[in-house]
Design a protein around this ligand. Sequence first.
Ligand SMILES: Cc1ncc(COP(=O)(O)O)c(C=O)c1O
Length: 458
Amino acid sequence: MKLLGHQMLQDAELENLIVALGQRAQHFHQQVGNTQSPRAEHEESARSLESQIHRGRGRPLFYPYVGTGAGHGVYVELEDGSVKMDLINGIGIHILGHGHPALIAAALKGALADIVMQGNLQPNREYVEFTNKMVDLASRSSRLRHAWLATCGTMANENALKICRQKVTPARKIVAMKNAFAGRSTLMAEVTDNPAFKEGLPEYDEVLRLPFYDKRDPQSGKKALELMRSYVERHPKDICCFTFEPMQGEGGYKVAPREYFIPLLELCRREGIPVWADEVQTFCRTGRFFAYETLEIGEFVDVCTVAKTAQNGVTLYTEEFNPKPGLIAGTFSGSTVSLAAGLKVLNILDQENYMGPGGRIEKIHQGFIKMLNDLNQGSCKGLLQDAEGLGLMIAVTPFDGTKEKQLELLKALFKNGLMAFGCGRDPYRLRFLLPAVTTEQDIRRASEILEKSVLELL
Ligand SMILES: Cc1ncc(COP(=O)(O)O)c(C=O)c1O
C-alpha cells in the first residue's frame, strides 16, 4: 500500500485544488502591471504600517515599502496602492520575479506537509530532493560533493569557515578581499570589509586583506599575488582559508577575469590553504549556476556557499572537507515551503532556457547593459557611467559617484516607480539584481524611469 504522504503528494483531488488555488491567485497577481503612483485612499494605512515597522524594530525602512502580497513578473503592488518595478528582488531572493505560478504551486504543495519547518534531525522528502539537486548542480564542474543546509547566507558562511578551520586546525587567519561582504554574524562582520557594518565591534585580528582586481590598474593581479605570498611567509601554517566572492557584490559589483584568480588559487593549492567561494549573491545569476563555472575555476574550490536565490542557505564541500560529526548542526534546515520552492526555482532555471550562451539571462544582461550605455551616451550623458557586471547582477555609477547622489537617485527612482539598491564605496554605485523573467518591454520601461529620475536631479 502506498504511504499516506505519497498518496497525498499524488492525490488528484489535491492537485486540482492546488491548480484552482493557483489560478485564483493568478487572477489577482496578473492584474499587477506597469508602474502606478500611490493612491490617496491607501496612503494613510500604508504610512501606519510603515510606522509600525519603525516602532517594532526601532528604525525606519530604507524605502516606504510594504508589499500587499500581489505581484507579477518585475512588478509588485505596495500597501500605498503604488506599483513598483522591482529590480532588486529583496536583494537577490526572487529570481523568478513576483507571482510566478509554478513557484506558488510548489509552495502550496509544500504547505500541505505535516510540519512547517524542517530540521537536520528530522528531514522530510523536500530536504532530500533539494539537497540532491544542490549536489547535482555543484558537482557538474567542481569537486564539491556534499551540501549542508542552513537558513541564510551568513549561517552557510559560518559553517564554511568552521569546515575550513577544522580541516587545517589550528590555522586561524582568514585571507579575504578588500571590500568583501560575508554577512552579519560577529565573525562574518569581521570578514566583511566595511566599517559602517561593524561600528562598535572589536577587531578580532583574524583577517588578512587582498585587493580585488582593479581594471584601472594592470598590476592589481600581481600586487594581490605578492601580498598573498607575503602572508603565507609571515603566517606559516596559520592561514585557514582564502575566501572570495567570484564577483564582488556589496563591494561594488566588481568583476575579475579568470587570470586574476588562477595564480592565487594555485598558490593556495600548493600551500594547502582551503579555498572557499562565497556565492551567496552570485548563485544562479552569472549565466551559469555558479560563478566559478563562469570563471572556470571550479576545480580549485573546496567549499562554496549559496543562499538567496536558493531560498535556503547551503554550504557545499568536497569529500575531503566533510567535517567530523558535531562540528555543524542546527535546529532549522529551512521551511518545507522554502525547500520545495527552492527546488522548483533550480529545476526551472535548469530545464528552461535560462543558462548558458544564448540563454535568457545572457539576453537580459546584454539588453540591460546596452540600455544603460545608451542613456549614458545620450540623454543622460556621462551620468550613468561604467555599467558592468555578470548576468543578472549589474551596476552603474550615477553622477559623480558620491553617496549623496547615489541616495538621491535611489529615492527618485523609487518615487518614479523603480526599485534598485546601492553597492560599493568610492564610487557609490547603483545596483540591479534583475529577475530572470525581465522582458525587453521591462527594460524599455526601466530606461524611461531612469532617464526621468536622472534628469530630475540635474
Ligand atoms: C556575498 C554574500 N555573502 C553573504 C551574505 C549574507 O547572506 P544573508 O543575508 O542571507 O545572511 C550576503 C548577503 O547579501 C552576500 O551578498
